[in-house]
Structures are given as C-alpha cells and as structure tokens.
Design a protein around this ligand. Structure first.
Ligand code: SF4
Length: 501
C-alpha cells in the first residue's frame, strides 16, 4: 500500500505506533491530541508558568516552549517544577531550532524535544548523541521540518518543495530507525497550505513504502489570527485529518496560546466524532494528490450566491459524517461536463466552529481542484457572513485571492515586539490591497525564512525595531517601530503596488 491513505472514500485513521510524551501518549488509538506553544521569553519563569497553566485550564495537554540558548533550556527545570505542582498531566516540549547543544540541555528536563533537521545535517555525531540522551531520559523527539528552513543540501537537491520537505524528514526518520529509537513524532509545516498538504501526503506515502508508522503532528505555520487564521489552519489540517492522517495538531494563531486550544479541539472533534465511513471506492486518479492541477479551462471557483444560472450546474450535496469521502464518491460516478457545486448544511450557531468545520470540509476539495463552486448553508448566519467564510476558504486553498494575505507568525519567546496589536495596525492600513502577501514576523532568526513567498516582510530585528523586506531582500534594517508601518507603506507605494482604499 503505497498511496498516502488507505482509501479515498472510506474513512479510517492511519494506524500509528504509540509515542509517550511525559504523561501523555499520542498515536495508536489515542484521540487526536491538541497542543499549543508559549510566546513569553523562556527565561521569564512566572510568565511561562502563567501561560502554560492558562493553556492547561483550556484543555491543552502538550505545551511547547522556545529554547534559544542553553540558559533558556536550563530554565525549563524551574518552569517544569512549578507546572507539575498543579498540572502534572501537561507535557512540556522544548523547541530547538539551531543549536544541538541546546537540545542536549533541554532533553534533561523536557518531555519531548523538537528539532529542525535543517540544522543537524552537517554536524557529525550530534544527532546520535541527542538520540542517546533522549533514550536514556525517556524523552520523545519531534522531527520538525519547516518549509522555510530546509538544509542547504536538501535545498540544493530538491528546492524548497514538498518533495524536499518529505525527503528531509525521511532521512532523519531512517536515522532514528537505524539507531533503534522509535519515540518519534514527525511534522512538515508551511504557511502555504497547498505545500503543507502535498508535503504530508508525500511523507505518508514514503513512510508507507518504508513500513514506518510514526505518529504525525499537523500544523500550518504563520496562519494569522481571528477567522482568517482559524480557517487557514482548518483547511490545511482538515485536508489531512479527512484522510485519517494526523495524531496531534496545533492551530497556530497570532493570539494568546490558550485561544489555540478550543480551535484545535473543534477541528479534532469534527473528525473523531464521526464513525468510520463505507462508500463505493474510487481511484486515486480522481485528482492529483501531490501537486496542484487547475480546473479544466482554468475557471476561478465561485460562491453559490454569484452563480447566475443555477439550473445549469451539477449540485453535489454531502449529508453524512464524512463529506469529503461522500463528495469524492459522487464525483467519481458522475458523467457529463456541467460545472460542479458542492453543497453542505451546517447547524451550529457558534461562528468559529462553523468556520472551522466548513473550512475543514470544503478546503481540500478545492486544493484538489474537484469543484467549481461552493454552497455553504447555515440558518444562523447572513449571506454576507457565509460569503466571507467561503472566500477565506478559497483564499486559504489558494484558488481565489480576494484580500490581502497576512503571513503572521504566532509569536514565541523570540518575538521582539507586540505582534497582536501590530498585526491589527498593519491590517487596518493594508487590508484593501487584494492579492498582496505581507509577512509579519516576530524575529529575524526565523522570520525571513518562514514568511516564504511574502511580497513584503515586517520583521522584528532588535527589541522594538523592525527590518523591512521586499520578498526575501532586506530593504531597511532596524527602523524604530513607531515609523515602521509608514515606511512599509512608502515602500509599497514606491513599488507602484499601492491603491487608495
Ligand atoms: S518567526 Fe520568530 S518570533 Fe515568530 S514564531 Fe517563529 S521563531 Fe518565534
């Protein structure tokens, strides 16, 4: 079985091994675990403990902290001691990006260490040392590949492609297997939802070929905030959960960490609550799972409220618990070339829940180019509210761009300014620039790489100082933050890309 999922039309979770992270276990038949990350400096014990406890009260069982250096890694010990007094169930994860020595210190306290394989490739022996430390301390490991920070060697071989991301993870999973270390979770994150979906599908295909059953952590990076951030995450994560892929998820939002938990729980419950589906089987050739193929004729998807002659359309409605499988099954059986509208009715009066569920159902159908329009129904919301959600879903799937796209990092202990209020101020002045992609990133260490294909970047350089980018080129270094938004707008104007609101 070398496809990315067992079946396109019969829902079943991918079977994975159980991995232990402190008092938590993920994989196997465990429910999909939800997690979050602190955005306070890891040297600030009080602030970190407060955020972790808030996340725990919201239901978060796994919380990650950034560890930039050995001092921060060492400060995990007093944080863990405090957290474990009241919330012994919470597993703490140390996020290490660049320095193997930091991972080694973190492994003495954390329940799991996340490393970015992009940083280990050329440092002989360090990875093996880390594995031995994890083994002797009973610590789990996440191989966490990021689209924006592949190693030079992988980049030269594959470019920053989904294939490169999957290959990078597979190399390190193979090394874990050779070392007979299996307490491993793997992730491949991107702020580009399509790249993220293709990368995970490729990874699962390769893991299936290699008979690997490591659990998978899903997430979309830099998704932003509010409805937009929730929908972007739900389109990416939902596309994979719909095919049974994913054992733990993080909905990363540019908001307080505890806000991520209910959003992730809605998404997990949307798939877990449903029984396994059994529908007529269809071929994988129904669509191209590992790359984007536009609709015939390059048609831009429509909202149902925009369709002028509804009688000319094939309406494909899903009413069961697994709409993606149901839609695929109907589409495989239909004949003729009338345009296709997908329809589904929701009944929740909670707007975030509605948006997340609709995004998780419809988004993947547009990533896979299987429809020409979407018809979302919900009696609790106006047509304008439903159309806003539908447009955000199409934007997240990158099939119809109707607004400015913000690639905003969720912030973490590295963040150099107040990202929530700054993002709000940037949106206030630029949200009419349809199609422009603006990266709003907390730090210069990871920001420029991770804002991927942004047209402009607003990146923390020093505390309260911002560096401005055009694409990946640094244009102004360390502007005082009070002037930075005006300078960004001046840059957009000088490039001829500004329009008056
Ligand atoms: S870009 Fe920097 S500040 Fe933002 S989440 Fe990534 S590491 Fe943290």
């Amino acid at each position: 079985m070398n496809n990315y999922c067992k079946s396109l039309t019969n829902y079943a979770r991918r079977s994975t091994r159980v991995v232990t992270i402190g008092h938590q276990t993920i994989g196997g038949l465990q429910p999909i675990a939800v997690q979050t990350m602190t955005n306070t400096p890891t040297l600030d014990t009080e602030a970190c403990v407060a955020q972790i406890e808030a996340a725990a009260r919201a239901g978060g069982k796994i919380v990650r902290l950034t560890t930039r250096d050995e001092r921060e890694a060492a400060n995990l010990a007093p944080i863990a001691e405090r957290v474990r007094e009241h919330h012994p169930e919470v597993a703490l994860v140390a996020d290490v990006h660049f320095v193997p020595a930091v991972a080694a210190v973190a492994a003495t306290t954390a329940d799991k260490v996340r490393i970015n394989p992009g940083n280990y490739n050329d440092r002989g022996g360090k990875f093996e040392e880390l594995i031995e430390l994890c083994r002797s301390s009973g610590v789990a490991l996440r191989i966490g590949v990021n689209h924006g920070s592949l190693s030079k060697r992988i980049f030269d071989l594959w470019g920053d492609t989904p294939e490169g991301m999957a290959a990078s993870a597979m190399e390190f999973l193979e090394r874990c297997r050779q070392l007979d270390f299996h307490n491993v979770v793997v992730s491949l994150k991107s702020s580009n939802v399509r790249v993220m979906v293709y990368a995970y599908r490729l990874l699962v295909r390769e893991m299936n070929k290699a008979a690997m059953d490591y659990p998978i952590h899903l997430g979309v990076t830099e998704a932003g905030n509010h409805l937009e951030g929730r929908i972007k995450s739900a389109v990416g994560i939902g596309a994979l959960l719909a095919d049974g892929i994913g054992d733990t998820i993080r909905v990363s939002l540019t908001e307080a960490p505890e806000n991520e938990i209910p959003a992730a729980e809605v998404l997990a419950a949307h798939f877990q609550a449903a029984p396994e589906a059994t529908l007529p089987e269809v071929e994988e050739s129904l669509f191209t799972p590992y790359a984007y193929t536009p609709r015939p004729g390059g048609r831009t998807p429509l909202l149902w409220s925009e369709v002028e002659s509804p009688e000319e359309w094939d309406v494909v409605e899903a009413v069961g618990a697994h709409p993606v499988q149901e839609w695929r099954s109907h589409l495989a059986q239909r004949s003729g070339d009338r345009p296709v509208v997908l329809r589904r009715r929701y009944t929740t009066a909670d707007k975030n829940r509605f948006a997340i569920e609709a995004a998780a159902d419809f988004g993947v159908m547009f990533i896979d180019s299987l429809a020409d329009a979407l018809h979302i129904e919900n009696p609790h919301f106006s047509q304008a509210e439903i159309d806003e959600i539908a447009l955000l879903i199409l934007q997240a799937a990158r099939v119809r761009i109707s607004r400015t796209e913000y690639i905003a990092c969720p912030s973490c202990g590295r963040t150099l300014y107040d990202i929530e209020s700054t993002l709000a101020a940037i949106k206030e002045r630029t949200s009419h620039l349809v199609g422009l992609k603006i990266g709003v990133m907390g730090c210069i260490v990871n920001g420029p790489g991770e804002m991927a294909d942004a047209d402009y970047g607003y990146v923390g350089g020093l505390p309260d100082h911002i560096s401005l980018y055009r694409g990946s080129t640094l244009v102004e270094r360390n502007v005082p933050q009070a002037e930075a938004l005006d300078r960004l707008i001046a840059l957009i104007k000088a490039d001829g890309r500004w329009v008056e609101p």
